[in-house]
Design a protein. Structure first.
Length: 347
């Protein structure tokens, strides 16, 4: 975690700027905004037509002159100008029409981003109306949101499976001791389903359809009593006509195997690099799962089977990071200590 800027007066805001969704937390009010990180704009004029939920409904349905896009890829900015406009819209909406009401903004970022990417999100947030910006790594925010005792000497481990990245970290004494960030998340899982249906059923489906199938029957482990089948519609690659096929839960599980296996490998790699004393703590405390990917059926069972540690899902996986970032506004001493530790570790 790295903090930038100087503390000053004014209202405080925390933003979980994710590849899939953006959440805004305002001190004293909690989460006031939860919308998809999508922007629809004119490719001819650059004018923004819609942001958030309205823009998401346009994905794959816009005329040639309008493009609906996600301006972040793997948790970092892929399109700076569009991200700035999206942030401005969300900050203004959260502030009740005034984007200049917030002097300080804590922004969540993946632990694996580069200094160049850090500067980009900092600049975009300032351009959107923030006077001071503080960056907090997503695993630390998730740990705070999950009510883990991050300041203790006893270790805690958190896995945050987001839309574009999976963050794994072991935290003790207010800092991330060992961490791993891989660019695998919910969208890679959706893409894996798209590829499977294309290769096996010769049917072209969109990412939104794949996500719906993942939610309906997707799993990382054979879960008793789970739904067994769903239908998807798409374009037949041979005839070019609309066709429907039934997808079994076992098929979707096979499709998801590669991205799920990469998450498991990242967890194992992090555990292998964890100091022995802290690893012993994890044997008692176990692992906490957060992020939208934590909702995948059986992901906790799969990890429990693979790494041999207790695994539990947080109560609200989708909002955990934003809640933690918001609470971090009251934990400045812990944040400063963690920031110094992370700077030393990156040298």
């Amino acid at each position: 975690m790295r903090l930038r800027g100087s503390l000053g007066g004014g209202r405080d805001m925390a933003v979980d700027l994710g590849t899939a969704n953006t959440l805004v937390f305002i001190r004293g009010r909690g989460i006031v905004l939860f919308e998809p990180s999508v922007v629809a704009f004119s490719e001819e004029t650059g004018k923004v037509h819609a942001v958030g939920a309205e823009a998401r409904r346009m994905i794959g349905r816009t005329p040639a002159s309008i493009r609906a896009t996600r301006p972040l890829r793997h948790g970092v900015i892929a399109d700076f100008e569009i991200t700035e406009q999206m942030l401005r819209h969300f900050i203004t909406k959260a502030g009740g029409g005034s984007r200049f009401a917030f002097a300080r903004v804590v922004l969540c970022v993946p632990s694996g981003i580069t200094d160049v990417e850090r500067r980009a999100v900092d600049e975009a947030t300032r351009s959107a109306g923030a006077r001071a910006v503080y960056l907090i790594e997503e695993p630390m925010a998730a740990a705070i949101g999950a009510n883990l005792p991050v300041a203790d000497a006893i270790a805690s481990m958190v896995i945050d499976i987001g839309g574009g990245t999976t963050e794994v970290a072991v935290i003790a004494l207010g800092a991330m001791v060992v961490w791993e960030s891989i660019r695998v998340g919910g969208y890679e899982m959706d893409d894996a389903i798209v590829d499977y249906v294309k290769n096996v059923h010769k049917l072209l489906i969109g990412q939104e359809t794949a996500e719906a199938a993942k939610i309906a029957v997707g799993s990382a482990w054979d879960v008793e009593g789970a739904p067994t089948e769903t239908q998807v519609a798409g374009r037949d690659l041979i005839t070019g006509l609309l066709r429907r096929v039934s997808l079994g839960a076992d098929e979707v599980r096979r499709a998801l195997e590669q991205p799920v296996a990469r998450v498991v490998t990242a967890v194992k790699d992090t555990l292998e690099r964890t100091p022995p004393e802290l690893a012993a703590d994890l044997g008692e405390r176990g692992i906490v799962l957060a992020g939208g990917g934590a909702l995948l059926r059986g992901i906790d069972d799969r990890l429990r089977h693979e790494v041999g540690l207790p695994v539990q899902r947080v109560e609200s996986p989708l909002t955990c990071v934003a809640e933690g970032a918001g609470r971090s506004l009251d934990e400045l001493e812990t944040l400063e200590r963690s920031a110094k530790a992370q700077r030393r570790a990156r040298r």
